[in-house]
Design a protein. Structure first.
Length: 135
């Protein structure tokens, strides 16, 4: 169940089971449905988006600057990195990443497509690349 609680004068949203066990903490200014099985929770603290399953499981380890779902394609932003993913149920498969960095005052772009990402099983590497793109 998606529910809200008033905390410090503001409404915070989370998710609980019928027995009131908390599945998603009450730390979000909003929680919306992206698909029938994926929720986008926007943190009250910094406005970042975290993706959860409707069962309360966090789907990706990273918090995102923005997140949209258009015609079955998930688009995520983190700093100057743009991620595109296909969604099937609660499975999110990255299909493209474009990262922008500045080197010696000049923009430098890195682009990865589905074939580049096919061997990547753990998106921690991608998160680390995104952190580099912030620098």
């Amino acid at each position: 169940l998606l529910v809200s609680r008033r905390t410090g004068g503001a409404l915070r949203y989370g998710m609980i089971q019928i027995n009131e066990n908390v599945l998603i903490p009450f730390a979000y200014s909003s929680i919306t449905s992206l698909t029938g099985q994926i929720l986008a929770a926007v943190t009250a603290e910094d406005g970042k988006t975290i993706l959860y399953s409707t069962e309360g499981q966090q789907l990706l380890s990273q918090a995102w600057d923005s997140c949209t779902m258009e015609e079955g394609i998930l688009r995520l932003m983190s700093g100057t990195a743009q991620y595109t993913a296909e969604v099937s149920g609660t499975e999110i498969r990255m299909t493209a990443i474009i990262m922008r960095m500045v080197l010696a005052g000049q923009p430098l772009y890195f682009s990865f497509d589905a074939s580049d990402l096919a061997g990547v099983e753990n998106y921690t590497v991608l998160s680390e690349l995104a952190q580099i793109s912030h620098q």
